[in-house]
Design a protein around this ligand. Structure first.
Ligand SMILES: NC(=O)c1ccc[n+]([C@@H]2O[C@H](COP(=O)([O-])OP(=O)(O)OC[C@H]3O[C@@H](n4cnc5c(N)ncnc54)[C@H](OP(=O)(O)O)[C@@H]3O)[C@@H](O)[C@H]2O)c1
Length: 254
């Protein structure tokens, strides 16, 4: 079977859980060598074993994206072990929930440190490597930021989260503009709700079930809902797509 990303190196932040784990598996199945970055290294090591058992190549790299100074060195480790980085998925994120009257400054700051600063500096450090390693010039450089439908609407009790994801969409377009002439494609995927650790507790509550019943299709999305968008943006089909934010939400915010 042809593997469209054979020979490419991808890095996925937040690969220890949920969507990031799925992205890493998809990229690996498409032939990329994949670096898994997050704080819970036991989970990353377990995913490395799964990928290797399936015939793929992966490494686990510990990273707290709130430590922005550590992002560049982590990606340099990726290049030293796997080769020139050409696909960066800035997926690590936190829920940032809380009503504004009660939300602590620390919780607000953490939300922006992970969801906004982590994505911005993850993109910048990846772009620096892509410029230096030739993948940009070769038209293979892809930065994929994981935003949310929260970028386009106001979700109750999630004002800080929504603002952080709107910032991700905004910076995606800004960075795409800045790096357009360097041929680095920067895009965002804006998912609707898929059950993961970030929201499983909420969807088990009566309030969560009520929210699902109000979606036009009365359901959460399946775990494979983002696969096609990821593959399009990561592969050759994505070479002339930049500065776009793909809303994939099963109509949840219609
Ligand atoms: N699930 C949904 O319905 C949905 C919808 C729209 C957007 N999203 C977005 O999708 C992304 C993934 O979320 P998910 O649903 O997969 O949630 P999840 O299962 O809770 O996964 C979050 C991931 O982010 C990582 N992370 C959190 N803080 C980090 C930090 N400081 N440094 C490094 N990694 C960190 C976690 O790894 P460690 O804890 O091991 O560090 C974990 O791997 C997030 O950006 C989220 O906002 C999710």
């Amino acid at each position: 079977m042809t593997q469209p990303l054979q020979g490419r190196v991808a890095a996925v932040t937040g690969a220890s859980s949920g969507l990031g784990r799925r992205f890493a598996l998809q990229l690996s199945q498409a032939g990329a060598a994949v670096a898994l970055l997050a704080r819970r290294t036991d989970r990353l090591e377990s995913l490395v074993s799964d990928i290797e058992a399936a015939g793929g190549r992966a490494i686990a790299v510990p990273l707290d994206v709130m430590d922005t100074a550590a992002i560049g060195p982590a990606l340099e480790t990726v290049e030293a072990e796997l080769g020139p980085l050409s696909i960066m998925v800035n997926n690590a994120g936190v829920g940032g929930d809380g009503m504004a009257l009660d939300m602590s400054e620390a919780h607000f700051d953490q939300t922006f440190a992970v969801n906004v600063r982590g994505v911005y500096f993850g993109a910048r450090e990846a772009a620096r490597l892509m410029l230096a390693n030739g993948s940009a010039e070769a038209g293979q450089a892809r930065i994929i930021n994981i935003a949310s439908i929260a970028a386009f609407t106001q979700l109750p009790g999630l004002t800080a989260y929504c603002a952080s994801k709107a910032a991700v969409v905004s910076m995606t377009k800004g960075l795409a503009r800045e790096w357009a002439r360097h041929l680095i494609a920067v895009n965002a995927i804006c998912p609707g709700y898929i059950e993961t650790e970030i929201n499983a507790d909420w969807f088990a509550t009566e309030g969560g079930k009520k929210q699902i019943s109000k979606f036009p299709r009365r359901r959460l999305m399946d775990e494979d809902a983002l696969d096609a968008a990821l593959m399009m943006l990561a592969g050759d089909a994505g070479r002339q797509i930049t500065g776009s934010a793909f809303q994939i939400d099963d109509g949840q915010i219609l």
